[in-house]
Design a protein around this ligand. Structure first.
Ligand code: IDC
Length: 349
């Protein structure tokens, strides 16, 4: 489907190129340095290079059919202090240019912290505006963006299924012309939530999104998105461009959890790591960079995409910024937590 935004972009591109060719013909010159730089920059943007993502076999692939590996940072809850300060263009530009990230995940809690499903209309509107700012900033910077329906204390995504249908209907329609958006439909089902519960929820939400968009859809997996092995025995059928999330916190989740991922790989499941940390699952405690390095090595060997939790200065180990850093963009190495410093070394290498 060709949407208005795409048509405008193509028309603008076509008209500009035509104007430059005419100018070159009349002046006998090629276009000037500044103009050339704009084209080189646009063409080199990560999303221009890879375009609309899809899933081929167990791999995330770009428009040319080649595997694409997303690497990025997740926000903390964008509802955490409504008006989350790190969702702005300069902030994303810093993490793109200084950290080597190509993706940002917008985590919106559904219940915790005055989440989307339990807050008032005014706050809900602010959350949608924050998502909009994030999607548009990422698009401009050539970054992919994951809109994350952050189920956590609500445990079973079916609890707010009605709200989820209405939310994904709205956003998939709004962003149908954007090729940089991925939808994560339930962060971490937990408690007694079974794979069958998640599957029934996922079918409903996938059908809702598919009315507007063929974007990649990511579903959470049982036990805080750890049981990819279980899921790989019985993935969803009848849909395309679906991925399954695996999450880990390296100081808590070690060999036995990596074995689950290996089994999912063996069974050909398309896996994406939409959240991880080098600390404990509580988001605090000591780091285990050795275990984190093992996870990264395993994921790199399968070109699995990964997104680190979280772009925040909250006083906890999982934060990428130091608690003393009050900047909302232009983060320097000295502003980063130990995990932040480790992460950018990984992303840059
Ligand atoms: C944590 C936040 C922390 C917050 C807590 C409860 O870092 O500040 O108090 O949630 O809402 C997850 C979740 C993610 C957690 C993170 C660390 O997806 O929301 O964030 N974690 O505990 N799964 C495993 C770990």
């Amino acid at each position: 489907m060709l949407h208005i935004n795409k048509i405008y972009k193509r028309m603008a591109c076509f008209l500009t190129i035509t104007a430059l060719v005419i100018k070159a013909l009349f002046t006998g010159m090629a276009y000037n340095k500044e103009e050339a730089a704009i084209y080189v920059k646009a063409a080199s943007l990560f999303t221009s290079k890879h375009g609309q993502l899809s899933v081929k076999g167990n791999r995330l692939t770009g428009k040319n059919g080649k595997p694409v590996q997303l690497k990025g940072a997740s926000t903390h809850g964008i509802n955490w202090d409504i008006g989350y300060p790190y969702v702005n263009e300069a902030s994303f530009k810093t993490i793109r240019d200084q950290w080597g990230a190509n993706t940002i995940r917008l985590a919106m809690y559904t219940e915790d912290y005055n989440g989307y499903c339990v807050t008032d209309n005014e706050n809900r509107k602010k959350l949608l505006e924050t998502i909009d700012t994030g999607v548009k900033a990422a698009d401009k910077l050539g970054m992919y963006v994951i809109i994350d329906w952050h189920v956590l204390n609500d445990q079973n995504p079916k609890k707010y299924q009605k709200e989820a249908v209405s939310f994904f209907k709205k956003v998939s329609k709004k962003y149908s012309s954007y090729n940089n958006v991925l939808y994560e439909i339930c962060n971490e089902p937990n408690g007694g939530t079974t794979w069958n519960d998640i599957k029934s929820y996922a079918r409903k939400i996938i059908k809702t999104i598919r009315k507007n968009s063929n974007a990649v859809i990511i579903t959470g997996t049982p036990s805080w998105s750890q049981d990819v092995d279980v899921v790989s025995e019985s993935p969803l059928k009848g849909f395309t461009n679906i991925m399954y999330s695996v999450h880990f916190y390296a100081a808590t989740h070690k060999d036995s959890y990596r074995e689950k991922l290996k089994k999912a790989y063996d069974n050909g499941l398309p896996v994406i790591c939409t959240e991880f940390g080098a600390c404990e699952a509580s988001g605090n405690g000591a780091y285990d960079f050795q275990s984190a390095n093992e996870w990264i090595k395993l994921m790199d060997s399968h070109k699995t995409s990964y997104i680190c939790w979280s772009l925040s200065n909250k006083a906890e180990s999982a934060s990428l910024l130091n608690p003393s850093c009050t900047k909302t963009s232009g983060y320097k190495t000295s502003d980063l937590s130990e995990q932040g410093k480790w992460l950018i070394k990984k992303y840059k290498s």
